[in-house]
Design a protein around this ligand. Structure first.
Ligand SMILES: CSC[C@@H](O)[C@@H](O)C(=O)COP(=O)(O)O
Length: 368
């Protein structure tokens, strides 16, 4: 998508130079900076530090991390080391393990001499597929917005949580893809953007929407319920980090509260979900999805710019106060109106999910 007048993907590779470029999301929205990764260690650091973030992009970045590793050392030991280090970066988004399994499966039977080339090609394929999936999600979600617009004949108000836009993927985004398409088609849309403490991914969403000219308003995380009670939200669109075969949606902390408020106010709640985000092995979301517990420091401080426009971090609470920082929560399937997938809109339940992914019935481990 666009940054100023230029089209960017959030990650792109130069295999012949052994380099991967990413937009450093820790610098946004204040500075647009491209960071170049040349080693698997740098890829590990980029994912862990959330320079790259968002479930789909984490998977794509990990695949490229594997390519960086085997480019330097194509041995089995190097491949295994790289996969293990990347797998340990972040626990919740299933796309990470999905991409690493796919890289490992692909490379296991390739002779070391040919491995680097195969790794770059597979990582690129994963990136290109991500763009295709998101574009398809965009088209299906667009139909929902069009229907809403035909019924209401006024600007459509959509609330989103966290950032499920193009920088959380390779391009388009998941939850934001339908919004970009609606805007491009001339359908009037306005987005309520949840700030998403403590990492403020909502600022990334606001930045993206601004670059594309989509009208939006930033709100604090607690504002959504109030907006819904006052009829100011027509639909909620969120992304997902892991969706179970029963249709439970694990996404950024706070998503569940938005779903509860949406249900109480008859506002349809949709999660945008590409295939790699579905974890067919998980039966009980609360028991089995590993929820990332992030550093206390993220809660104890706020980050921004000082009076001179320089980045600054300000402490808001000291060590004397205990803090907890769970990164994700689970929205039960019963609160989800539908899942916007690349195959179409599907109800959030096992039977309907298996209807469009029939092969997943055979095995609890889904293989593309
Ligand atoms: C298209 S991305 C969907 C999700 O990955 C997104 O909503 C989210 O929760 C991201 O979490 P983050 O901790 O910023 O990686």
């Amino acid at each position: 998508m666009k940054v100023g007048d230029r089209h960017y993907r959030s990650l792109w590779a130069e295999p012949d130079r052994g380099r991967v470029h990413v937009i450093d999301q820790t610098r946004l929205p204040h500075e647009f900076e491209v960071k170049t990764l040349t080693t698997v260690e740098e890829a590990v650091e980029a994912i862990r530090a959330m320079r790259v973030r968002g479930a789909p992009l984490i998977g794509v970045a990990a695949a490229h991390g594997v390519a960086l590793a085997v480019d330097r050392d194509a041995s089995n030991a190097s491949l295994d080391r790289a996969v293990a280090a990347l797998r340990a970066t972040r626990p919740t988004a299933v796309n990470l393990g999905w991409a690493l399994d796919r890289m490992q499966d692909k490379l296991a039977n390739v002779k070391p001499l040919k491995r680097a080339q195969a790794a770059w090609a597979e990582a690129q394929a994963i990136a290109d597929e991500d763009v295709e999936l998101n574009e398809a999600i965009g088209r299906h979600g667009l139909a929902l917005i069009e229907r809403e617009h035909a019924a209401r004949r006024r600007r459509i108000e959509i609330l989103t949580h966290c950032n499920a836009g193009w920088i959380a993927t390779v391009d388009w985004g998941t939850a934001l893809a339908p919004i970009y398409m609606a805007h491009d088609k001339g359908i009037p849309v306005h987005v309520w953007v949840d700030e998403t403490r403590p990492r403020n991914q909502g600022l990334l969403t606001a930045w993206e929407l601004r670059q594309h000219g989509v009208p939006h308003t930033l709100v604090t995380d607690n504002a959504g319920g109030h907006l819904m009670q006052h009829g100011k939200v027509d639909m909620v669109f969120v992304g997902a980090d892991r969706v179970t075969r029963r249709g439970d949606v694990c996404n950024k902390i706070g998503t569940y509260l938005k779903a509860l408020a949406a249900r109480d106010n008859d506002v349809p709640f949709y999660a945008a979900v590409p295939t790699p985000t579905i974890d067919w092995k998980i039966e009980d979301a609360h028991r089995d999805i590993p929820i990332e517990e992030r550093a206390a420091g993220e809660v104890r401080a706020v980050r921004g710019l000082d009076a001179h426009g320089m980045p600054v971090e300000v402490a808001i609470v000291g060590d004397e106060t205990a803090v907890s920082n769970p990164g994700f929560d689970v929205t039960p399937a019963k609160l989800v109106t539908g899942l916007i997938t690349e195959k179409g809109i599907v109800r959030a339940n096992e039977r309907d999910l298996l209807e469009i992914w029939p092969r997943s019935q055979e095995s609890k481990a889904y293989v593309t």
